[in-house]
Design a protein around this ligand. Sequence first.
Ligand SMILES: [Zn+2]
Length: 283
Amino acid sequence: MKRFLLYFFAISVCTLVLPRLPRAFSEEEPEDMIHVLQSADGTVYELSVEDYVLGVMQSAGFDYGDETMKAIAVALRSSVKYCETFHPVHQNAAVCDDPDCCAAFCTDVFSEKAIRAVAETAGKILLYGGSPAACPTCEDAGTRTESCEALYGVPLPYLVSVAELYPGAPEVITAAGSSVLALFGDPGAQGEPTFACDRSGRVREVWLGEQTIDGQAFASAIGLPSLLFTAESDGETFTFTCYGVGDGVGLSRKGAAAMEDNGFSWREILAFYFRGTEIASFL
Ligand SMILES: [Zn+2]
């Protein structure tokens, strides 16, 4: 579900007569069906939301405690209902099965843990202002999550940056000063780069003299796991102290697991990451 937020203004025209995939999980009413584009051949299928959520969780290999798994299931279900209702990623389907676009999903073998998480939250989604909420999850937000506005330029009041309750230890990565300065395209580059951060502390740009490097390009070149890092230099070596993995938007799965370890329920985890939302059922 990486890119669906990029399609906020897409318009869906669902006029096809759609075949149905075998339903692996539930036999609920037609209202829980979504349209899924099979990327291999362009076919659009109808699939139950419950089967889709279960398939995505299984395909991603999520293996957390029960409360975290249930929170993830509700977040996924909310996002797909959001796409189906407002902003389908594809012209005639809410989502597709391409992991580089939406998310891969299995349709056959499922873990007991995933089945339990989906079954025990069946039909439950998050609403904001009475409408389904877009609820992405990320691997590890480090010390605080990123806002939707900072990453996508779209402000969503329930998808703001929040400080993690139980942040993990940072990862320290070093790089030779010469290799860092070489990134600026000037063999004789000298001096101390300036790291320009957004409100969550993520480095969005790195400046050196007249040169500017995009934060993501800088992190990728150095091999930093996220944009949430600080840098120190002793003149010879840069030391980067890095927090989290990936973009950090939405529910941090590692952060949620730590909340569960400290007694938080799936409802409390969702309320923490998706501010001002309420749990409802569409079944
Ligand atoms: Zn897609």
